[in-house]
Design a protein around this ligand. Sequence first.
Ligand SMILES: C[S@@+](CC[C@H](N)C(=O)[O-])C[C@H]1O[C@@H](n2cnc3c(N)ncnc32)[C@H](O)[C@@H]1O
Length: 451
Amino acid sequence: MRSLEEPGPRPAATPCGCVKPALETGNLLTEPIGYLESCFSAKNGTPRQPSICSHSRACLRIRKSIFNNPEHSLMGLEQFSHVWILFVFHKNGHLSCKAKVQPPRLNGAKTGVFSTRSPHRPNAIGLTLAKLEKVEGGALYLSGIDMIHGTPVLDIKPYIADYDSPQNLTEPLGDFNLQNNQHKPKTVSQSDGKTDSCYQQQLSRYDEPQPNSCTKGKPKCPEDRTSGENDMKHDDTVKVQQSPASHRERAADLGVESESGQSPSMAEEQSGSHHLEKSFSEEQADRRLRRGEKAVVPQGNSAEMPPEALPCPSRAAGAAHHSAVPAWVREAPVASLEVRFTPHAEMDLGRLSSGIGQASFKYFRSAEEARRAIEAVLSADPRSVYRRKLCQDRLFYFTVDIAHITCWFGDGFAEVLRIKAASEAVQMNDPEESLVSLGSVSSLHHVFKTA
Ligand SMILES: C[S@@+](CC[C@H](N)C(=O)[O-])C[C@H]1O[C@@H](n2cnc3c(N)ncnc32)[C@H](O)[C@@H]1O
């Protein structure tokens, strides 16, 4: 353990003049237990939630400055299949956050920051449920992650379904009526006409985290229906403090130089936000119409969120009354996309995975895994609302493992045009540079096909 003499947060003075230790006032000076080595090098293209891409892999080594024998701290963890990772959104780029944000799934409508998974929060702390592949010495190998390379990790906790999953409560507390914030006691048998035994059966089927999958068009859970960093737009700014971090030490732990952010800046993403604002009900109606479903009359014209909450359909029906999500989480306006690869991209992928004349994959175990990861990232539409709506004719770039992917988006699909070794790809320090206008998409498509 760290020495008690190490510098810590200064005691805070209370209004009455007495001094309270920092912990008592909630002022926690954190020290990362390690820095994540991730297959995603930049925010752009990193899945918005861990459930999106099961092949996204990472390694976390516990720092010796935290524990002399890091492996001791991981003892017993190998018996768990999943772990919670608490981390810092260290590449947020700025320290401000807003009370209301526009998550991509709301396609321009606003909701309170605490009803989202926005990276821009008063304390820039992220929470990811990752699959624990193995523990080796002082290192954890993870999959199904949504964090970028270099992410400072604050803590690891085992996922325990009995504690962490509401459907595992044996004694339901009752319904929470979100409309008027009233708690209504309700018994299991009253809930939906199901018998207790049927209910229990359903619970036992769902007491483990659902396996992640990369398939297209799967029903989404709250985890993957939420916001991406690039897409949040804010108001009611709040300034937050940042703990100082030792960059040299961090780079040493990672074995790399500190990297420069490659994803679009918030300023860029925020510009034009007024055009994007649309009420949730309008978006839903649009979407239903797009799908050819019966139109629903929009209820008002506000860009604020409706208060209704619905059970998540991907959970057991009997368990649903323990856990509710708002309709927008379920009825997201963004459909999953079909993902295509041009013959050139197929060739690139083959070349890259063979490792002939260049580096081969570090995180993926095969070309097939790389392909599935790319498909998973793209089918969830990683673009910000801004890009989706106003920059449709732009190329989109992202890097996963050693693959630098260039693609474009059409109506209902994403097409991979090129896959190059990240070392070969032009480094995009200025996100604007990555927004190459296609002009005529088809002509550029032709260029890529014949290149
Ligand atoms: C919407 S957040 C959700 C993270 C976590 N599952 C949660 O709910 O707190 C995931 C996005 O955060 C961004 N991100 C990941 N790691 C980051 C980091 N270290 N700093 C800043 N942004 C990061 C990526 O763009 C990713 O798509």
